[in-house]
Design a protein around this ligand. Structure first.
Ligand code: IVH
Length: 421
């Protein structure tokens, strides 16, 4: 949900405590390998921070979590400087977020834009960059901090879906379907895409690790990251990583993002067959909602849809803000958890006369439904949670069960919270 208008001083205070809390989660996750909250909870707080910084851009600071691209390159690997930085994406969680996004782009460009969007399933793996010289793969790297990544050439070369040599497509770009199998490939080609593991392969590897009494991985993304950053590429080769290409960085004459996908296929890359071009925001919403239901049928994990202005002129002119391009956004599938604030606690009198405390909250999307109320069951529950009015809380809604406050984020308190009597 969009934050409502808050005063500058309130925003300042809230921004600082959100940054501190998000940084704490990040540190625990990336440095200590400990996950304090789910991705959904940290995404939810980051979105609140993003909205507040959008309201008061003068409060954006270079050390804000909204300005960073995760991860520092590991010392064990050679460093690779990315000529064009690898950006991250801002998140959208609702249709309203999507219309706001298009409006932001139009406001920035000072013009109406054609609603032509290229839609890509957002894979939950890690980004990889491949550099080809005269058609030959010479370097593979991770994102790192976006500017400097790690050289993982040996490891990514073990992936069957990564061509070691480009297929020639003739001298014309974008290549025509009937192009002769000519000699020409660009002198240099930089391609980006997602390295990932199928669910089946993830389970197989984890089972083997467990048999050997070794540490297993929480999800395919972590195992992918661990496999790409292996010092022994024989281990990487045993784990059948996969790769979908999604972007050409080099100018090969592409005018549209959809051109890039066609060209990638001609060069011999694997691209996601479910990606689509649509010509309205309604089409974006439909695609996203359909895939939210169908995602279980895929043999890999996706957590949303990447929505990109198909016209590269729009995408390029829109530039970037902080760590993210303006011309693309990640429209996430609905999470089963989110954060919001408790505005009040009311007592509900049941038919039998039983008194049940109910939390009234700022509206928040959980599992695709807007939630404003959560039962607190009884007064012991309030004590257990340590809940006060004004608190930021985690709301969970597993499956179709009723929403529940599962946690109070006490670090986000201002001191103005009120005890529930
Ligand atoms: S970006 C010009 N497409 O999401 C934008 N990113 O990028 C080109 N990710 O960590 C498309 N699947 O690794 C794009 N189909 C996809 C993606 C994707 C996953 C990841 C990417 C990065 C983050 C932001």
């Amino acid at each position: 949900m969009k934050s409502k208008k808050v005063s500058l001083s309130r925003a300042k205070e809230r921004i600082l405590s959100l940054r501190r809390e998000i940084e704490k989660y990040r540190h625990a996750y990336h440095v200590e390998n400990k996950s304090l909250v789910s991705d959904a909870v940290s995404d939810s707080l980051k979105k609140e921070l993003f909205d507040l910084e959008e309201m008061y851009p003068e409060l954006i600071s270079p050390d804000s979590p909204t300005q960073r691209v995760a991860g520092k390159p590991l010392d064990a690997f050679k460093k690779v400087r990315h000529e064009v930085p690898l950006l991250s994406l801002n998140d959208a969680f609702s249709e309203k977020d999507m219309t706001d996004w298009v409006e932001r782009v139009e406001k920035y460009l000072k013009q109406k834009v054609q609603p032509e969007f290229y839609l890509e399933l957002k894979l939950d793996g890690i980004a990889g960059e491949l550099v080809y010289e005269n058609g030959v793969l010479i370097q593979c790297s991770t994102r790192g901090d976006g500017k400097v990544g790690e050289d993982v050439t040996q490891n990514l070369k073990t992936i069957e879906a990564v061509p070691l040599k480009l297929e020639s497509v003739g001298s014309k770009f974008p290549p025509k379907a009937d192009a002769p199998r000519a000699q020409k490939v660009p002198r240099q080609l930089i391609v980006r895409g997602e390295v990932f593991l199928t669910t089946k392969e993830f389970n197989r590897i984890n089972q083997n690790l467990e048999k050997k009494g070794m540490k297993t991985y929480a999800n395919p993304r972590n195992l992918t990251a661990g496999s790409v950053r292996q010092l022994d590429s024989k281990i990487t080769a045993d784990r059948k990583l996969d790769f979908f290409a999604y972007e050409i960085v080099t100018d090969v004459g592409q005018k549209r993002h959809s051109d890039e996908h066609r060209i990638l296929q001609k060069f011999g890359f694997k691209t996601n067959p479910h990606n689509r071009l649509v010509e309205s925001l309604a089409g974006v919403v439909k695609f996203r909602n359909e895939w939210e239901k169908k995602r279980k049928r895929l043999d890999y994990e996706v957590d949303g849809v990447v929505v990109i202005f198909d016209d590269n002129k729009i995408y390029d002119n829109a530039g970037s803000i902080g760590k993210a391009p303006r011309g693309a956004i990640a429209y996430k599938f609905s999470a089963q958890e989110a954060t919001t604030r408790v505005k009040d606690v009311k007592i509900q009198v049941g038919r039998t006369g039983a008194l049940t405390p109910v939390a009234i909250m700022e509206p928040v999307l959980v599992g695709g439904v807007i939630i404003t109320h959560a039962t607190l069951h009884n007064f012991d529950e309030i004590g257990r949670l340590g809940l006060k009015v004004g608190d930021t809380v985690v709301i969970s809604r597993a499956g179709d069960v009723i929403p529940k406050i599962t946690k109070v984020l006490k670090n986000l308190r201002t001191g103005g919270e009120e005890k529930i009597s």
